[in-house]
Design a protein around this ligand. Structure first.
Ligand code: ADP
Ligand code: MG
Length: 626
């Protein structure tokens, strides 16, 4: 009989499994039980609309049978089963999306990662077995089939006998060696322990005949052996159990297991609602964004169960966009089982649950911000950008929900602050919330205007994400303080006296400044004496709603058209360069015009804007030197 070959990717996984020394190899049982449970779900779901299934909820079960004499372990289910074609396709092709790719990218030895991360399903059985037989009868079919494989050299499928629908998997365990023990998986107590650990919340009974001893009836000292058909799992899903009985470890294991996560979650929310809304939710705040989180492919959503049966893997309506990173599930009694995707969207119940979850998630995040700051910062680095986008694109509707979740890096003490913390730490007399937009903290600190602000002991919020400035424009103010960009003109730092002085200088040199502005026509709208410079001679600021940073952001967006901030060239009236300029006016206008160009270009460079004519600028500098 011709052997069929495994698909290329599957073969790699298979090799990995056959040669695995993975210490957690017991997870093979979890994988097989989870497949059985899926198969039961499918047939149970069918039974709701198809009389011919002839089984009630309580008839579905998974049975484990160890046979120490034969060295085999059998896992059976009376679920949907597989046809010949399904046996060939489902067990010949790796089903877990992503794991094939993962193997490609990784070196041998990284097996722990892939097994831990993806579970790799059915194939994991090859970690403990050197031969696997799968006997299956698909529901509605007459002929059963037997799939057999000893690993890498492929598999065969032949017609077989099986009385009722379902699947029976027989593992021929590898022989024990000096260092490796496989027969432990034939020990009833070991099996019970593994089932309890990984599969306790499977909603169908996992049964096993267990040999036990008991006192003989009527006797006080005589024992007898007997066999008991035991249910090994408690079946109550984790989320339906009493919070007090669940350990942190159980919550975390569930998260990693269910959501193919690597790390522990940063936060767990386990909520039971009773009253007008009846539901249980188990939500997780991950510490790391999925690889496709910030892409279009990412789909937000929670699993939705009704009375313990999975309705959908990904119900988007349950999660607002701002919290799209949350993973988890909702189980509610209030939905009918055959609710369709369309009606889900309309469903008031679902909307009401979503609203309640939104509040609850916010509460959890705030608590983390307050009590576990380091975790919150980890969270923020992963998902802060999403929150900012959500806040901005809600046009203020989500302000109340999201404003106090914001964190910004601050030049003050360094590190992240909330807006409230920034306000609370403001020295007396500080009029505005200062910010600077740019690519990173270091560049921002070197903006000429920063010096004056920080010398007053005022902190500057660093807006390093493109969206930051748009967010703060939308917020307008926080408490009674307005946001003010340090490159946005008047910083409100001068005393009345200084202000007068600046104004006087401005008046005194009005003609010269106008002359300079004319030289820069179309580039700046004004040249003026600055109130925001300390030791630097010159800077560019912006006037009006569009800042220079926003010009850069918008300029880099496709299709945004040409948008320009209205710019002002500011000169430091107390700088020696200013004296030089004054000395040129009005006799040496030529030279003044050239210097104006040089200063403007310098200011552009400091702002990180491109020079219009770098060569002319370089020549101008050289001219000065010779
Ligand atoms: P996954 O469970 O992620 O799909 P697996 O490798 O665990 O990947 O299983 C591959 C496929 O084989 C399953 O999707 C399912 O279609 C089929 N399968 C495995 N075990 C059973 C079973 N006991 N009954 C019916 N189908 C099964
Ligand atoms: Mg599986």
């Amino acid at each position: 009989m011709a052997k069929k070959q495994f698909k290329a990717e599957s073969k790699k996984i298979l090799d990995l499994m056959i040669n695995s020394i993975y210490t957690n190899r017991e997870i093979f049982l979890r994988e097989l039980i989870s497949n059985a449970s899926d198969a039961l779900d499918k047939l149970y779901f069918r039974s709701l609309t198809d009389q011919s299934v002839g089984l009630g909820r309580e008839d579905f079960c998974i049975r484990i049978t160890p046979d120490p004499d034969a060295g085999t372990l059998k896992i059976e289910d009376n679920g949907i089963g597989m046809t010949e074609q399904e046996l060939s396709e489902n067990l010949g092709t790796i089903a877990h999306s992503g794991s094939g790719e993962f193997v490609d990218r990784n070196q041998p030895g990284d097996e722990v990662d892939i097994i831990g991360r993806f579970g790799v399903g059915f194939y994991s059985a090859f970690m403990v077995a050197d031969r696997i037989e799968v006997r299956s009868l698909a529901f509605g079919e007459q002929q059963a089939h037997l799939w057999v494989s000893s690993g890498a050299d492929g598999f065969t499928i032949t017609p077989a006998e099986k009385a009722s629908a379902g699947t029976e998997i027989t593992l021929h365990l590898k022989p024990d060696t000096d260092t490796e023990n496989y027969s432990e998986f034939l020990d009833s107590y070991r099996i019970m322990e593994i089932v309890k650990r990984y599969s306790d919340y499977v909603r169908y009974p996992i049964r096993m005949l267990v040999k036990s001893r008991r006192l003989k009836e009527g006797s006080e000292s005589e024992y007898e052996d007997y066999t008991e058909d035991r249910v090994l799992n408690s079946m109550v899903p984790l989320w339906r159990r009493d919070k007090k009985e669940i350990t942190k470890q159980q919550y975390e294991e569930f998260f990693r297991d269910r959501f193919h996560a690597f790390e522990s979650p940063l936060g767990v929310i386990h909520q039971k609602a009773e009253g007008t809304l009846n539901y249980q939710a188990l939500l997780y705040i991950p510490g790391r964004a999925d690889y496709n989180y910030y892409s279009r492919e990412f789909k937000k959503g929670l699993m939705l169960y009704s009375r313990g049966v999975l309705i959908t893997d990904c119900c988007e309506q349950l999660l607002p966009d701002c919290f799209s990173f949350v993973k988890g599930l909702v189980d509610t009694e209030d939905l009918s089982l055959n609710i369709s995707r369309e009606t889900l969207q309309q469903d008031h119940q679902v909307k009401a649950i979503a609203a309640a979850l939104e509040k609850r998630i916010k509460r959890e995040l705030l608590a983390m911000q307050k009590d576990r700051r380091e975790d919150y910062e980890t969270f923020w680095k992963a998902f802060g950008l999403n929150i900012k986008y959500a806040l901005y694109s809600s046009f203020g509707a989500k302000r109340e929900l999201l404003e106090d979740l914001l964190l910004f890096e601050s030049s003050g003490k360094g590190g992240y602050v909330t807006l409230k913390e920034y306000l609370d730490s403001m020295p007396e007399g500080q009029k505005y919330i200062y910010y600077a937009a740019g690519s990173d903290l270091k560049t921002l600190a070197s903006v000429p205007q920063a010096e004056l602000v920080t010398s007053q002991g005022y902190g500057i919020l660093c807006f390093t994400d493109d969206v930051d400035e748009f967010v703060c424009q939308m917020l307008g103010r926080c408490g009674d303080k307005e946001f003010r960009s340090i490159t946005g003109g008047d910083l409100g730092l001068e005393s009345d006296e200084q202000q007068q002085e600046t104004e006087q200088k401005q008046q005194q040199h009005r003609e010269m400044l106008e002359f300079m502005a004319n030289q820069l026509e179309g580039k700046v709208s004004e040249v003026k004496v600055s109130s925001s410079l300390k030791s630097h001679p010159v800077c560019l600021t912006s006037k009006g709603p569009l800042s220079i940073e926003m010009e850069k952001v918008l300029g880099s967006m496709p299709g945004a058209g040409e948008v320009k901030a209205e710019k002002v060239l500011e000169l430091n009236g107390s700088h020696r360069v200013f004296d030089t300029l004054c000395a040129l006016w009005p006799e040496q206008q030529d030279k003044l015009a050239r210097y104006t160009g040089l200063l403007y270009n310098q200011a552009l460079m400091i702002e990180g804007l491109p020079l219009e004519d770098p060569l002319a600028f370089a020549n101008g500098i050289c001219e000065l030197m010779v």
